[in-house]
Design a protein around this ligand. Structure first.
Ligand code: SAM
Ligand code: DTB
Ligand code: SF4
Length: 367
């Protein structure tokens, strides 16, 4: 590809083969081709990051990151066969399976997350889909967590229209349901539900009026074309998901992907940057895999346009950096949690955060 300067970059002056449709970097579009996405990936690293940061600044405060806390409300023994997942009942990962958590335990965990500075509470269940008898419990969980003043998110597997409507009615702000990978690679990873099942659930969530959180996993042995194909699918949805989690595979012992070689770190950063450019107004979420990323790599991801993350020492079943570690990193980078950036006067919370290792710059911004 012949990219001489960033401002001149366009598919036309690119030598890469493919279509010749002109496009402006940073426009909200739903007609991406894989060839165009590949061209973004092929940009020189500095040009790509510069463009991603430029697009990012058109819509977001570059020094604010949205933070969500995850809780597994029902762990293990899932009937699905997702090859990456420690919770699938098809593999022996040594995970202790649990029943649906009691509502009071969920509320107590949400209270702790709020006190630690989180803005959104995301409840995940190892289900193919919620059963009818589960619905009253999860609906009540949404109501109670919402009443704490937190944003709410759930990820419970496939949803019928009515289930989506009931969750929306209860006050669920976001529903997470990932496409996971490209349609072409999908069958290598999951056989118990189809790509179009996933698209149907996303449509039900959208139709019910909830915000969509949908992304995927990289580092599962997919090709570069598959990574482009995943981002193309997400960006060509009728509306871009408001939140796009980019998970780096956590290769868990006992799963079929346990020996998968890690993705090259720059390729991960590029994936973030391309997602940012393709979905300019969406939150791009640094998700699973942060435990294996150093501070410099995470900082590069923020520069590439990542502006949300999971906060707290556990994802669903695997480890995540603890809150102190993240607050220390935020302090070093002058980043503040987004909800605190808009709630300037919260001295109690600022005190809690101060005790967790943030730095002077961070407290000034929050308080
Ligand atoms: N069972 C529901 C479902 O599959 O939609 C909700 C929970 S599921 C664990 C949520 C997402 O976590 C998956 O779609 C996948 O993208 C991600 N995930 C699960 N295991 C992972 C792993 N080992 N590494 C990276 N991401 C993973
Ligand atoms: C998402 O895309 N990543 C989160 C959240 N949505 C639910 C889950 C990551 C799970 C990683 C493996 C585990 O902890 O079990
Ligand atoms: Fe089950 Fe979700 Fe894990 Fe797939 S990703 S095995 S559906 S918990």
């Amino acid at each position: 590809m012949s990219v001489t300067s960033v401002s001149q970059w366009s598919p036309e002056n690119s030598s890469a083969a493919g279509d010749s449709a002109a496009f402006e970097l940073g426009a909200v579009r739903h007609d991406w081709t894989v060839a165009q996405v590949n061209k973004l990936f092929a940009m020189p690293f500095n040009d790509l990051l510069f463009e991603a940061q430029r697009v990012h600044r058109q819509h977001f405060n570059p020094n604010a990151v949205q933070v969500s806390t995850l809780l597994s409300i029902k762990t293990g023994a899932c009937p699905e066969d997702c090859k990456y997942c420690p919770q699938s009942g098809h593999y022996n990962t040594g995970l202790e399976k649990e029943k649906l958590l009691e509502i009071e335990k969920v509320v107590a965990a949400a209270e702790r997350a709020k006190a630690a500075g989180s803005g959104r509470f995301c409840m995940g269940a190892a289900w193919r889909n919620p059963r009818e008898k589960d619905m009253p419990y999860v609906v009540e969980m949404v109501r109670r967590v919402k009443a704490l003043g937190l944003e709410t998110c759930m990820t419970l597997g496939m949803l019928e229209e009515k289930q989506a409507a009931d969750l929306a009615e209860a006050g669920l702000d976001y529903y997470n349901h990932n496409l996971d990978t490209s349609p072409e690679y999908y069958d290598q990873i999951i056989t118990t539900r189809t790509y179009s099942d996933r698209l149907d659930t996303l449509a039900h969530v959208r139709d019910a009026g909830m915000k969509v959180c949908s992304g995927g996993i990289v580092g599962m042995g997919e090709s570069a074309n598959d990574r482009s194909g995943l981002l193309k699918q997400l960006a060509n949805l009728p509306h871009h998901p408001e939140s796009v989690p980019i998970n780096m595979l956590v290769a868990v012992k006992g799963t079929p992907l346990e020996d998968q070689a890690p993705l090259e770190p720059f390729e991960f950063v590029r994936t973030i940057a391309v997602a940012r450019i393709m979905m300019p107004k969406s939150y791009v979420r640094l998700s699973a895999g942060r435990e294996s990323m150093n501070e410099q790599m995470q900082a590069m991801c923020f520069f590439a346009g990542a502006n949300s993350l999971f906060y707290g020492e556990k994802l669903l079943t695997t480890a995540n950096p603890d809150a102190n570690t993240d607050m220390a990193l935020f302090g070093k980078l002058g980043i503040q949690p987004e909800h605190l950036a808009v709630q300037q006067a919260q001295p109690e919370l600022a005190a809690v955060l101060a005790s967790q290792g943030g730095q002077e710059q961070f407290y000034n911004a929050a308080g």
